[in-house]
Design a protein around this ligand. Structure first.
Ligand code: ADP
Ligand code: NI
Length: 212
């Protein structure tokens, strides 16, 4: 496996910034920036190659079909231009392919699993709530529709699918994240953010019903 140099990590960051700046499906540059920080924090507690964690974190969303379409890999071509060998290139892209929430897969390496935890944690807590409603706004969704809750009761939590309102998305995805962590550190961070989601929902429904 190749090791990444400081110069290569810098080039990866600059390239990702250029591609994801202003991206509007919830995978903008600052999402990736936060995932890098969080993954680095979790990685410090594990026997992993920290530069590999950083490289996976920077690159984890670029080849998402929502951003790059299906087919060719932008990451593959870019890694070749900065001198990353074919074997490491293939390995890294396989780890990235296993990270996405919707793929329902788990990366093979601890490096990849740490990034998956960080990516999922960024969907919950105060930042996750902001992302959820930003996504809803850009897709013409309501913040909440009481009819959604009937569906939640019928299908039970975790029905998934394309959430109709922002609040419905809490029940489809956000409240499930804390039980999907690969690492103990990830679980601790996710639990504290999960508590904040619950606090937020309590407040939301009190206000919605005019009780507060
Ligand atoms: P991933 O990149 O892990 O596949 P997604 O693309 O599903 O994740 O989600 C990106 C961001 O948009 C996350 O913060 C997620 O919670 C939010 N999001 C995705 N789908 C919806 C939806 N239907 N309603 C509200 N927010 C959503
Ligand atoms: Ni992501």
């Amino acid at each position: 496996m190749d090791k990444f140099s400081v110069d290569q990590i810098g080039k990866i960051q600059a390239w990702v910034k250029k591609i994801l700046w202003g991206e509007s499906s919830g995978h903008d540059y600052f999402h990736v920036f936060r995932v890098v920080k969080l993954a680095d924090r979790i990685a410090r507690e594990h026997p992993v190659d920290p530069d590999m964690v950083t490289a996976i974190a920077w690159l984890h969303d670029v080849d998402d079909p929502k951003i790059s379409g299906h087919g060719s890999s932008k990451v593959f071509e870019f890694l070749q231009t900065i001198g990353v060998g074919l074997w490491t290139n293939a390995w890294l892209r396989s780890e990235i392919d296993h990270i996405s929430y919707s793929s329902k897969k788990i990366p093979k390496s601890l490096e990849g699993r740490i990034v998956q935890d960080a990516d999922r944690i960024d969907a919950i807590g105060a930042v996750g709530i902001a992302r959820c409603f930003a996504f809803g706004g850009s897709h013409d969704r309501l913040i909440y529709n009481p009819a959604d809750m009937v569906e939640v009761r019928r299908d039970q939590i975790g029905a998934t699918g394309d959430s109709q309102s922002g609040i419905k998305h809490f029940y489809d995805k956000l409240l499930l994240v804390k039980d999907q962590m690969n690492t103990e550190q990830g679980r601790k961070i996710a639990e504290s953010r999960h508590d904040f989601l619950q606090t937020y929902l309590n407040e939301f429904f009190l206000e919605w019903n005019g009780e507060k």
